[in-house]
Design a protein around this ligand. Sequence first.
Ligand code: ZN
Length: 150
Amino acid sequence: MPDLRELYQEVILDHHKKPRNFRKPEGANKKAEGFNPLCGDKISLFLQIEDGVVRDAGFVGSGCAISTASASMMTESLKGKTVAEVESLFERFHDLVTGRTPTEAGTAGLGKLEVFAGVRDYPVRVKCATLCWHTMRAALHDTTDTVATE
Ligand code: ZN
């Protein structure tokens, strides 16, 4: 799928150069740290959750293009979603990048996040793409230990 590959590179490079939500939201009330020792990706993830809805999301950290782009696009996609919707999105994204049997909901509704299907071809990169998602989930569940992909 050459088209998807081109899109993948274009979108990921754009988000790597200009990460969206690269900040700590003022009203953040959930936070978690993530680390991917395989690549050296580090992320601090912040969520502002009110009445079970993600009002704001942001991140700071340093990492490779894939991890930065993934966090950038993830934080964009979380805003306005309920915690239940976020959990469902996590499952679908995870299935998408690992290429496992999709959940019942499939990968529908992932929108732009579907460009990350390209990382399936690069197993080492799957951890870069999923680091922010695991960290986000830890923030949701108030996990205080640093999330490590290993
Ligand atoms: Zn990485």
